[in-house]
Design a protein around this ligand. Structure first.
Ligand code: HEM
Length: 460
């Protein structure tokens, strides 16, 4: 029997109102029914209003690309993430979004991203050295370790003076924020007024206070460095771009709130996602020795030529990562609200309908994939990869709101994975089955404990 990576069992029928509210709070992934994995489009009305779950590639393209102007970031997302991220690129709309995207795009051009390779390799070497100091057979939480190193990557790349705090403090704060504010509150689902106290929201307050202070310090340090002429000016960085932004028509810069929200957006969106992708990848390689060996072999070969291989040079590592993000997409659900009425095929969409495009569902859909629940990186090897419909695989979204950090994340993940595989073999705990839960990002409940072993035959 092939190993089946863990996933909640689809429900036979939809949950009733109260169980649905509780299940949404505990783990939204557990609320999908068998029909969601089999039907192209499912439309319905529940206590949260009209909902349309779109899993058919042409229809997805309609919502995310062709008629994207009719669909805006939904109200629930704004309520959940707004306290920290409102005014930042992820949640901004209309002119504010266009202005910010134009401003920040130069940091993520293929040339800029390639320029980050040496820094990413340094982070990878830092992680390897950290693990070399551990005793053989020690159990480590791979999720936490990758959170730490992906934050290190951000510090060495887009934050010129680093984050100015102990990274573990950031990791605690981001985890606490996602664990509390990122849980779907029944009051939010019911669209009840903001003045009604949300349990999770109150618990997120210390994390938000920490972010406020930390971000203030990041800005002040950067302004001081600029004033003294001691910051790097030869390449764009996130803070300089945000602080020196000027609208071509009005000359106006970004407000202090926009600057703060973007710093937090890039910390939040830029490290936890990549960390989760790598965490699940190591788990899947730990349970699929055949692919682990192939990936190790490629890593050994690549690192004899360069410390920082490109994704194009690493077809196996890339296929393994892509297949891992198919099964465990770090952003499991993309949601939008319909501004005006629309028609998708035979479906009539009313204004205000909550549109759900779920990479989790689409990438495990019975009509789109053969044996969707099995881990098989061969799907993403050259020759097969090109046959996958663009809108059947969307871990980074699609259309104008596609992830701005996609190239950055893939390059980073390939480099980190290559270094880890060259030196270590991580084995899952025999009696531990990780449970995927959706808390803004898709993460293993309680972390990912794995046994750290050195490779017996690392290449020279
Ligand atoms: C494996 C890693 C990553 C995954 C799976 C991922 C996924 C996504 C997805 C699906 C979206 C679109 C959301 C939507 O349409 O509603 C998005 C947007 C975004 N991502 Fe990523 N992301 C990753 C890494 C990164 C990195 C490394 C950065 C920055 C350094 C980043 C920054 C952003 C930002 C700022 C947005 C908002 C873009 C906009 O609305 O214009 N992400 N990401």
């Amino acid at each position: 029997m092939p190993h089946r990576p863990p996933a909640p069992k689809p429900l036979e029928r939809p949950l009733g109102t109260v169980p649905l509210l509780f299940a949404m709070r505990r783990n939204p992934l557990s609320t999908w029914t068998r029909a969601h994995y089999e039907e192209p489009i499912l439309q319905g009305t529940s206590i949260i209003g009209e909902v349309c779950v779109v899993s058919e590639p042409t229809a997805i393209r309609h919502v995310l690309v062709d008629n994207a102007a009719n669909y805006r970031k939904d109200d629930l997302q704004q309520r959940l993430l707004g306290p920290g991220l409102a005014g930042g690129l992820l949640l901004a709309e209309d002119d504010m979004w266009r202005r910010q995207r134009r401003l920040l795009a130069p940091l993520f051009t293929p040339r800029m991203v390639a320029g980050y390779k040496p820094a990413m390799a340094q982070s990878a070497q830092w992680l390897v050295a950290r693990w070399q100091r551990q005793r053989e057979g020690r159990v480590i939480d791979v999720a936490r370790e990758f959170s730490r190193v992906t934050l290190d990557v951000l510090e060495r790349t887009i934050f010129p003076e680093g984050l100015g705090r102990d990274p573990t403090e950031f990791i605690h704060a981001v985890t606490d924020y996602f664990e509390t504010a990122g849980r779907v509150d029944p009051l939010d689902l019911l669209r009840l007024p903001e003045w009604l106290p949300r349990f999770g929201r109150r618990k997120a307050a210390p994390a938000l206070a920490f972010f406020g202070e930390a971000v203030e310090a990041i800005i002040n340090t950067h302004r001081a460095a600029l004033a003294q002429g001691i910051t790097q000016t030869d390449r764009p960085d996130l803070l300089s771009a945000l602080l020196s932004a000027a609208d071509p028509e009005t000359g106006a810069g970004l407000s202090e709130d926009e600057i703060r929200a973007n710093i937090l957006t890039f910390i939040g969106a830029g490290h936890e996602t990549t960390a989760n992708a790598l965490t699940w990848t190591l788990y899947l390689l730990g349970t699929h020795p055949h692919w682990r060996k192939r990936a190790e072999q490629e890593a050994d070969e690549l690192l004899t030529q360069s410390e920082s291989p490109s994704p194009e040079e690493a077809p196996i590592l890339r296929a393994v990562l892509e297949e891992s993000m198919r099964l465990y997409p770090p952003a499991a659900t993309l949601t939008r609200d319909a501004i005006g009425a629309d028609r998708i095929g035979t479906f009539h969409i009313r204004a205000g309908t909550r549109m759900v495009v779920s990479p989790w569902l689409v990438q495990r859909h019975k009509k789109l994939w053969t044996d969707p629940d099995l881990f098989d990186p061969a799907r993403f090897m050259p020759g097969a990869r090109e046959k996958i419909d663009r809108f059947a695989y969307l871990p980074f979204g699609a259309g104008p709101r596609i992830c701005i950090g996609m190239g950055f994340a893939i390059q980073e993940a390939v480099i980190l994975l290559a270094h880890v595989l060259k030196h270590f073999q991580l084995a899952p705990l025999p009696d531990h089955i990780p449970e995927p839960v959706q808390r803004v990002t898709l993460r293993p409940q309680g972390g990912m404990p794995m046994i750290l072993q050195r490779r017996s035959t690392p290449s020279p």
